[in-house]
Write a protein that binds this ligand. Structure first.
Ligand SMILES: Cc1cc2nc3c(=O)[nH]c(=O)nc-3n(C[C@H](O)[C@H](O)[C@H](O)COP(=O)(O)OP(=O)(O)OC[C@H]3O[C@@H](n4cnc5c(N)ncnc54)[C@H](O)[C@@H]3O)c2cc1C
Ligand code: HEM
Length: 405
């Protein structure tokens, strides 16, 4: 709870902080990285360059302040869970909150100048620490659940045992613990962070990849789409590295599995909707169901550019044989003759049409794909009467679904 005096100050200054939110976080990152260059290895350079992370942090602090001043309508639980899982997958500790807090408060002062009286600074400091304490507590719980000792590292070496080409620009890596130890279980929908040391002294970069194989198997599998720069933008740092530099025998640093979004919620009908590389959590879900609940009614509605771009296409046919109640609906933007004859699937040409996704009234839905795709499908499903709490979604980047949680 925010103290009454701080509440009045935050309410009065919220509009100006909101207006300058991204300027504040932009300045915050510059200050923090100048004072702590070692933190550059923790943050995603692509997101820094495109501004996506600035928007996510600014958005979170401002929205939380609005919530503390009594603004209704933001369900904070899911947002805090998402941030805490992402932080835990990066091994963020309570001590770094002090560094972030110091530089964030200093950045607010620098951007807003004289408007930041001692009283205003104290009120925003209170907002920051209320939010920080919520996250620190959640992250501590996640570390304990993952069996990590307090202050221990999240990183463990994993050996690549296989590299499989799944589609144009998509490969799967299978991995086992380099120390020969046990392979932790996970819930379909969870991801791991992968840390790589880039060539040319560019330092470490970390990205998240959903586990795409069967939970309980003697290895993990991730499936990586190579990100090619468009319109003059550079190629993706980590996906390019994983495609070009990683062969069987290579060792990568991986976190334990984290992620709050399950792709197999409930035990009734399940609808998995994906586009492109967003298929990866659905693959883990289907592999899991084939092993544990093969009779469960499940629909996979998947959109892709064409059959050649569609990863795990043959595996879906094999899964179909093990899941008698699986219905496969595919939308290819450009379906060739071969694509239209995909075994066991109903194939349409063009973009996905949410009205044509088979639905039963009690279905749970899981979405994963680019944000515009998810916004469109989610809107369509809500219009068709699917209750909002039955639609889960995973975002392959910072931030939440617009108009969503
Ligand atoms: C929970 C979660 C699960 C995920 N699961 C998967 C998965 O299963 N499979 C998968 O393939 N991916 C997955 N991702 C995405 C993955 O984490 C990476 O984001 C993706 O591989 C791209 O990383 P990269 O390092 O190759 O690209 P980055 O280097 O991060 O670049 C990303 C984009 O930013 C652009 N960019 C970078 N720098 C600039 C600049 N200076 N100016 C303009 N544009 C720039 C690049 O052109 C590119 O389009 C997941 C993400 C999350 C959060
Ligand atoms: C109250 C304090 C904090 C808030 C509100 C906050 C908020 C956020 C948000 C909203 C995201 C994006 C989550 C997503 O949707 O994927 C994020 C990611 C991240 N945070 Fe925090 N954070 C805080 C503290 C910290 C601290 C102390 C550190 C460590 C120095 C940190 C490091 C990171 C990193 C490395 C990422 C991933 C960045 C990326 O991949 O681009 N954060 N944080």
């Amino acid at each position: 709870m925010l103290s009454e005096s701080s509440k009045a100050v935050v309410t009065a200054t919220l509009p100006v902080v909101q207006e300058h939110g991204e300027q504040i976080t932009g300045r915050f990152y510059r200050r923090m990285f100048a004072a702590h260059p070692e933190l550059l290895d923790l943050f995603n350079r692509g997101n820094q360059a495109t501004g996506a992370q600035q928007a996510a942090l600014a958005g979170a602090v401002v929205a939380y302040a609005a919530h503390l001043t009594g603004e209704p309508g933001v369900p904070w639980g899911p947002i805090l869970d998402r941030i805490a899982h992402k932080h835990a997958s990066l091994g963020i500790t309570a001590t770094s909150y002090t560094i972030v807090g110091r530089h964030l408060m200093a950045a607010i002062g620098e951007v807003l100048g004289d408007a930041v009286t001692r009283e205003v600074a104290a009120a925003w400091d209170e907002v920051y620490w209320l939010l920080a304490c919520e996250l620190i507590a959640r992250e501590a719980r996640l570390y304990t659940e993952a069996g990590l000792a307090e202050g221990g590292s999240v990183w463990r070496d994993w050996r690549v045992t296989g590299v499989t080409v799944e589609a144009t620009d998509v490969v799967s890596l299978t991995l086992v613990p380099a120390d020969g130890g046990p392979v932790p279980g996970f819930t379909p929908g969870q991801y791991v962070s992968v840390a790589v040391d880039l060539d040319g002294g560019l330092g470490q970069q970390i990205r998240q990849y959903s586990l795409s194989g069967r939970p309980g198997a003697d290895h993990w599998r991730i499936t990586v789409k190579r990100v090619r720069g468009e319109g003059g933008a550079p190629d993706g740092l980590v996906s390019t590295f994983l495609h070009e530099r990683v062969a069987p025998g290579a060792v990568l640093r991986l976190s334990p599995p984290f992620g709050e979004v399950s792709a197999v919620t409930g035990d009734g009908p399940l609808v998995l909707v994906s586009a492109g590389i967003g298929l990866t959590p659905a693959m883990a879900a289907l592999e899991h169901l084939a092993a544990t609940a093969p009779q469960r009614p499940v629909v996979l509605a998947h959109a892709d550019r064409d059959g050649a771009a569609h990863a795990h296409r043959d595996e879906l046919s094999r899964l179909h044989a093990r899941l008698p109640n699986l219905r496969l609906k595919l939308w290819y933007e450009r379906a060739g003759a071969d694509d239209r004859e995909t075994p066991d699937a109903e194939v349409a040409t063009g973009r996905i049409d949410p009205d044509l996704i088979p639905l039963s009234p009690d279905a749970h839905v899981h979405l994963c794909g680019p944000l515009p795709f998810m916004n469109q499908v989610r809107g369509g499903l809500l219009r068709r009467g699917v209750p909002v709490e039955r639609i889960a979604y995973e975002v392959f980047g910072p931030g939440m679904l617009r108009g969503g949680v």
